[in-house]
Design a protein around this ligand. Structure first.
Ligand code: UDP
Length: 366
């Protein structure tokens, strides 16, 4: 019999050696942080204007990539020059009344391009009509193509010289189509109609804000509107010009409050028009007296003819905004005027004396 192999079996496995535990691999934390989600992109037209520039600031603060667009007819690059160094801001010098092309995705479009002061409408009536009609059409087409939500800037001017007071969204208005303000008022009314049509027939997500008188830093000192007009006159040592008897009323909203209301409306799911403004109503004469007190000017109040179709009273009913957006203005007129006056005081002497607008001559109430 063959001898049994007595050679001890070799262990098939080497005895386990004590191996030092592997060093924990460091997570490439820094690398992971680099893989960021691209920012959502927002197009803001009228970006170099008073409201447009404040919207750019707000959307950048909220973490969006902002594409500003402006043809610079009434807007000024100075309002957005602080943004040009940022990578999340781009600027297109373009007139939205002609075809609008924006490469890439868009989450939101805010259409704020338009002359907005009565003297501007008189000076550039055709552009005023085109930007809210042809311009709105182009931007609605862009919103449809990109699947973007669009918010359009409408106005208390759709109520014209109102016969209902305060004005709520159900009031249809009282507008003279062929008066000096008709070019703005009717373009904005057309804008609301075409925006609603794109919503109803094309299913585009649309929002409409009816903006009442708003003020704050970056208004143009010489744009002809009452607040910059009065403060400019006080700073230059001129008399304050009240149009008519000064018993017409307005209700002034500080810009930060307005921007907050617009932001909330954009994120809401309501497609109808919504008033955003401050209901604190005041006569123009009382307002002039407040500016005299604020600035300490020794100048007089002087009376000039009332421009044609100048609305006699204006005050927003903001019941809907309060309910829908849980929004209401927070900044008092005293507080807002102080900030705005400090801004106007900081302007250069050249800006203070620039007068590209002067009067309503030829457009007084008949
Ligand atoms: N206004 C005035 N003096 C001026 C400029 C305006 O009395 O130097 C009046 C104007 O006639 C209107 C009101 O102030 O009744 C507000 O005018 P603004 O141009 O600011 O805007 P509107 O609310 O009329 O669109």
């Amino acid at each position: 019999m063959a001898k049994k192999n007595t050679v001890p079996k070799k262990p098939t496995k080497a005895p386990a050696k004590k191996v030092a535990a592997p060093k924990p691999v460091k997570k490439p934390a820094a690398k992971l942080a680099v893989v960021k989600r691209p920012k959502e992109r927002v197009l803001i037209t009228g970006a170099a204007g008073f409201l447009g520039s404040h919207l750019c600031d707000r959307f950048l603060k909220e973490g969006y990539h902002v594409i500003g667009m402006d043809n610079l007819i009434t807007g000024r690059l100075k309002n957005i020059e602080h943004l040009f160094k940022r990578e999340d801001f781009e600027f297109f010098h373009h007139d939205v009344s002609t075809f609008v092309h924006v490469p890439g995705d868009l989450k939101f479009i805010l259409h704020f391009a338009s002359p907005a002061s009565p003297i501007d409408y008189l000076k550039i009536p055709i552009q005023t009509l085109k930007v809210s009609s042809l311009g709105t059409h182009n931007l609605l087409g862009l919103a449809k193509a990109k699947g973007a939500r669009i918010l359009v800037a409408s106005t208390s001017e759709v109520y014209g010289d109102p016969k209902v007071h305060p004005q709520n969204e159900e009031y249809w208005g009282h507008v003279n189509t062929v008066g000096p303000r008709g070019v703005y008022d009717e373009a904005k009314r057309f804008q609301e109609a075409i925006t609603m049509a794109y919503h109803t027939y094309h299913g585009v997500e649309t929002r409409m804000v009816r903006i009442f008188n708003t003020y704050g830093p970056r208004m143009r000192l010489n744009d002809g509107r009452v607040l910059p007009a009065f403060i400019g006159q006080a700073l230059r040592g001129e008399d304050l010009t009240i149009f008519g008897k000064g018993n017409q009323t307005r209700s002034f909203c500080y810009v930060d409050d307005l921007i907050e209301g617009i932001y909330r409306l954009l994120l809401s799911d309501y497609a109808g028009p919504v008033n955003i403004g401050n209901p604190a109503e005041i006569t123009i004469k009382q307002f002039a007296e407040e500016i005299v007190k604020l600035t300490g000017t020794k100048q007089k109040l002087v009376y000039k003819p009332l421009p044609q179709d100048d609305p006699m009273q204006r005050q927003p009913d903001i019941t809907l905004a309060k309910k829908l957006l849980k929004w209401q203005p927070k900044v008092s007129r005293a507080e807002g005027l102080k900030i705005t006056y400090a801004y106007f005081k900081s302007l250069s002497a050249k800006e203070l004396h620039e007068k590209d607008h002067n009067s309503f001559e030829g457009y007084v109430r008949k």
